[in-house]
Every structure is written in C-alpha cells, then in structure tokens.
Design a binder for this molecule. Sequence first.
Ligand code: PLP
Length: 395
Amino acid sequence: MANDAFHLNDISVATLLERQSLKWRRYEPDVIPLWVADMDFPVAPCVQRVMEKSTAKGDYGYALRDGDQPAMAASKAFACRMEQKFGWRVDPADTLVINDLVQALFASVIAFTDPGDAVAMQTPIYPPFRDAVRDTGRRIVANPMPDDGRRFVIDAKDLAERLDGNVKLLFLCNPHNPTGRVLERAELEKLAQLAAEKDLIVISDEIHSDIIFDGRRHIPFASISDEAASRTVTLTSATKSYGFAGLRCGVVHFGSKSLKQRFEARIHPRLLGTPGVTGIDATVAAWTSGEPWFAGALDHLQSNRDELIATIGRDLPEVKVRSPEATYLAWLDFSALDLTETPYDFFLNKARVALSPGAAFDPACERFARLNFATTRPILAEALARMVRAVRGRS
Ligand SMILES: Cc1ncc(COP(=O)(O)O)c(C=O)c1O
C-alpha cells in the first residue's frame, strides 16, 4: 500500500456522510458512491490554510491579490505551473480565469461555431462534452476509440473520414475521461496534422493532466508546435487533482492572440464572470505549494488502481478493463456478464455501490460503467467485495 503521510486513508464513512457533497448525498447512506469525479481525501494542508485564513478574518469583500485582480494571481500561478510541470511556456495575458471548465466548453462552442455546425470528439466521452454540442444546436461527430487489445486508441483514419466541411471544432480530452488514456506525442501530432489540414480549432481539456501513473508524461496539445498552439484553446484547473471542485476555478488558455480576440468577440469576458476568491486562493495555493501532498495522493491513487485491476482480474475475470494510465476513473465493460439490467442498476440495487452509467458517456456503451477509485483503501475494498458478492450471487 502507498505511504500515507497525509492520512488519506483516515477519513471515515461517517465523516464523508457529514459533508454536504453531491457525491455522498445523492444516494441513500448505505450506498458506497464511486461515481462523480470527486476525491474523498482531506484537502492539502496548504489549501486548508488559505481557506482558514479567509474565514478567520471574515475577509469576504472585493479582493486584491499582490496589488492586482485576484484572477491575475491564478493566471500567473498557471503559467509557472505549466512551465515547471510540462516545460510549456505561456503568457498569463493569454488566459481567462473562469468558474469551471464545463462553462468553457459551452462558451467555446458558441464562440467558434454556428448552429448547425459540427464538433468532433473521441467517444465514449465525459458527458458535458456531448451536452455542450447538443444543447447549443450543434451536431456531434463521434470518433469512437477502439480497443487495440492493449488499450483504447485514437482512430485517426476514422476521424479523417468524418471531418466534412461542417466540422469546425475538435474537442480533445487528454488525459481521456473515461478510458484513462494519456495521449502520446505521435497521436497528438497526428491530431495536430488533421486539425491543420481541416482548419479546425481544438479545445483541449487537460483537467486530469496531473493524475498520471507509472511515470508517464502529459504533453499539452498546444506545446506540440506553434502551428498547433495557434489553433488551440487549453482548459485546465487545480480542482480535480486537489479535490476542491466545489470552490470553482478554472483557467482557459488561448494559443494565439487572434483566437482570444475571436472568442471575446462573441463571449464578452464579463459574461463569464470571475470565480470567487476562495477558488482562486485555493488554486494558487495548490499550484504553488501543493506538490508534496499531491505526490502522496498520486501514490495512493496508483496503489488503489493496482488493487482494483488485481481484484477484477482475480475475482471478476468476465469484466473487461484496461488499466487506466491516468485519472482516478476506470472504464469497465460488463458485457460478458449478460446482466438483465444495466451494470449501473445492477450494482446499485444488488451491491449498493453507485457507479456512473456507461450510456451517459456513449449511447452505445450501455453495458459499461465508470468507477471512481479516489477513496480510502477500506472503502474501495468494501465496494469491490460487495460487487464481487453481487456478481457471484446472481441466480
Ligand atoms: C474531462 C473533464 N472536464 C471537466 C470536468 C469538470 O470540470 P468543472 O467542474 O471545472 O466544470 C471534469 C469533471 O469530472 C472532467 O472529467
């Protein structure tokens, strides 16, 4: 088991149920919730400290940070972080600090396409990618990710064939939710080439880019080349890796000035508002001082992932899973179990474990479910034991 210097295993079910969290309050208290992508751990001490600093002083007025708008502190922390972590140099002036990334997905569709245009994306995919296209009157062009026998991969040939003149935007999710793939340079270069050939704007959601296992490296899409950067909008935030989604804060980076101008011509930045100062303070704290905590969290997540994959291999061999290269999410294929209901319903009803239903990520994936393993080892072990019992106890 991973080292637990930050006591990630110490939090109890009773404490988690006391939180007013979506994850723990959506279902009845006997259900183990392994669904929405939130972590169960206590937050990093540096994040907790900045929250306590504000609450202790009741410091809730319009704010100033380092003599400037608070958003600038987040933009600067983002720029430092990208250079330190990925060797990617960015100018804080090319960013917008917003509330959340789903907001940026919707805003990008409205800014860069017209009703009736199409947006391509690799499927299955995080459900708001689909919503942002469908709910704004645009069309989804699905580029399914086949399993090559080892892992899910990008099918560039299929994508090229689907890119007709109506497709104006490519949504990229890297690392990919729900398959847990970390796209490699050759894959990104191929996508960059296609984007250039078809003159696409690329919206690259890199929110999971810290949570990478086995020493792999994340490559920001915009860092592939100047040409790729010039057509890329990168979305990221600290909320996923540091577990404070409720505080709300995200960063949008535009790879060229003209891209930012084009975006702002349709979506005035004032329409997006700015995040509350708690989200900004937490983001700056996480990105500047959170690395020791995060290293422990990553270790814990990788160890949970290994336990999950080993348990499935040993006790649920009919369930097909590819070990996630990134994210704390596992994409499970239950087709071979021939369940009479969806895996989501089966495990909720028979095991009292809440997963995310596969069809939300792709209508063709009804026999799949996504499992969030960002919890304590005892909770994960109990959930897996319940799932194994439910499967083995089927009549
Ligand atoms: C790929 C991806 N993008 C965006 C989000 C949500 O980000 P936000 O809460 O900032 O909208 C998630 C949450 O799970 C995600 O997995």
